[in-house]
Write a protein that binds this ligand. Structure first.
Ligand SMILES: [Zn+2]
Length: 402
């Protein structure tokens, strides 16, 4: 069996991965403008003899391609083709859309997040189409990830619910994970806190004024700190006060100040537990203050519950995670490790919310969303080999290279 895997791994072509990655990076595709890059991906898959469908809208297509579409189980690799903009071109020392290789790194906007990974996914389909294998393997290359995924992955999940698209048994998200196995991601709960004061003339500030900005300052200091909790699959939770609005004119004590908070949740936390923690912290901060008044404001659903994205995970004893744990040493010789780092959400949550086993596994790189973004080329090759070994593990190995 190990020989079969080795033989399959020899089909991974580093030059081809680079060629595909350069092609994707050189087509700008800021969120909302993914059409050209999606058409390019479709044409590349087509030219390699793969069957391709476009879903989503004409302007923002989703590229879907599947090898052995009738077989089972069905594994999908998901990657997003949109990128954030080049915010500060002066800060780049290279052309973000003319990808160059230096010191084993591939530079360019979207190289790390995550077009090079999409190139690996395309190449994996090319390789698998040459192996006879009892497993369906698909690529879903989506737009809109950087702005929430409503027009990308979430739309695909809706199509699946309506029976218009086959539901996968397993999903792999190709976002950067430093070649570690990412089985969980933090949830997010976004809310505001409105601090109340009493407006008056500046001259009476100490007589009858209650300064809402000063109250908010006290509240910010009570909330904006390290949260001493940890989950071994996911790490620490985070709270960050990311916006503040208060006051009207310079000669009036402000009656109102609002702070906006982004709180990332670990497994075991909910919006309710977070709201209770916030209340405890603010009650403590305002103890003995007769003018301490605040309210938590958050979107709610029809039943009155908070609207938020819960944390999500795929447990270590599931087939997909176990397949990765076998594949990593087979493909790279390294011990598999869990990815437990400060990292943002991915489209993986949509599949997990639908009950589908989902693992994140992707390359190493730096400066995603920043100037001189790059990805390590050797990590792309390792990523491809792990993907291939993992597919063969899941499929039960019946490949015949040819
Ligand atoms: Zn990304």
């Amino acid at each position: 069996m190990e020989d079969a895997v080795k033989e399959a791994l020899s089909l991974v072509d580093p030059d081809r991965i680079l060629e595909l990655a350069r092609g994707l990076i050189s087509i700008p595709s800021v969120t909302g403008e993914e059409r050209a890059v999606a058409h390019h991906a479709r044409d590349v898959l087509h030219a390699s003899g793969l069957q391709v469908e476009l879903h989503g809208s004409e302007d923002r297509p989703i590229v879907v391609s599947t090898v052995n579409p009738e077989a089972s189980p069905f594994l999908v690799f998901n990657g997003h083709l949109d990128t954030v903009p080049v915010a500060d071109p002066e800060a780049w020392t290279r052309d973000p859309f003319d990808p160059v290789v230096e010191d084993g790194r591939l530079y360019g906007r979207g190289s790390c997040d995550m077009k090079a990974s999409c190139a690996v996914i395309i190449h994996i389909l090319e390789v698998l189409s040459r192996l006879g294998m009892d497993c369906a393997v698909g690529a879903q290359l989506v737009p809109d990830e950087e702005r929430g995924g409503v027009h990308g992955t979430r739309l695909l999940l809706e199509e699946m619910k309506k029976g218009r698209l086959r539901r996968p048994d397993y999903v792999v998200i190709g976002e950067k994970s430093n070649l570690k196995v990412r089985i969980a991601e933090r949830g997010s709960f976004r809310f505001s806190i409105r601090f109340r004061g009493r407006a008056t003339h500046t001259a009476y500030a100490r007589v009858e004024g209650v300064n809402a900005i000063a109250k908010a300052a006290k509240g910010v200091l009570a909330l904006e700190k390290h949260i001493d909790k940890y989950h071994p699959w996911i790490g620490h939770p985070v709270l960050s006060v990311n916006a503040i609005r208060g006051g009207t004119v310079i000669n009036q004590v402000p009656a109102d100040c609002v702070i906006d908070i982004d709180r990332r949740l670990i497994i075991g936390e909910t919006a309710e537990t977070v709201a209770a923690e916030v209340k405890a912290a603010l009650d403590e901060a305002g103890r003995g203050d007769p003018d301490w008044r605040w309210e938590l404001e958050a979107e709610r659903d029809e039943a009155g519950g908070y609207l938020y994205s819960p944390p999500s995970y795929t447990a270590p004893d599931t087939e997909l995670v176990r397949a990765f744990y076998r594949a990593v040493p087979l493909a790279t010789g390294a011990e598999p490790e869990l990815f437990v780092e400060w990292a943002g959400g991915t489209d993986g949550r949509f599949y997990r919310y639908a009950g589908i086993q989902t693992v994140g596994f992707g390359p190493r790189g730096e400066h995603a969303h920043g100037p001189d973004e790059f990805v390590y080329i050797d990590s792309l090759i390792a990523q491809a080999k792990v993907y291939l070994a993992m597919v063969l593990e899941l499929a039960g190995i019946q490949e015949r290279p040819g």
